[in-house]
Write a protein that binds this ligand. Sequence first.
Ligand code: SF4
Length: 156
Amino acid sequence: MTGTEDGAGTSWCPSGVADAPESVLLGVRSGADGQVAYLAEPVPAATALGMVPADIEPRRILRFASHCVASCANRRGDDCTLIERVVAGFPEQESRSLPRCHLRADCKWWGQAGLAACRRCPAVSTRHHTDDERSVLVADPAATADEIDAHFAPSG
Ligand code: SF4
């Protein structure tokens, strides 16, 4: 999948921004485990944002999708380093069936990492608490997948 930003073949980021013209709601973090439940059909981000109470940071509870752009801090050439860190930092939920999500045909993470991405994607929060060490490391463009792997490797 290429990283073109307009026209056919545009890749979409599943941890995207809410304020781009094309932004859509991808899913909602819900339930006791806070995993993302994906929408069957995209909803314009502006519509979703209008339903979030003013005192809540929308990206704590919602995941948005927007175009994968060359200026992103997570881009390395045509690759997304964020999904590399997600795969290194979050355990694969092998028992989960493939999430039904509307983005798959154009999803950058799926195109780059396939099942390994989709089995971790529901655990990702775009805005997380600063005491969530795993999420902080995974979100840091300066961290490498190897460093994250080593950090969470069982000791002994
Ligand atoms: S990684 Fe998989 S589940 Fe997540 S948005 Fe992409 S296709 Fe959907």
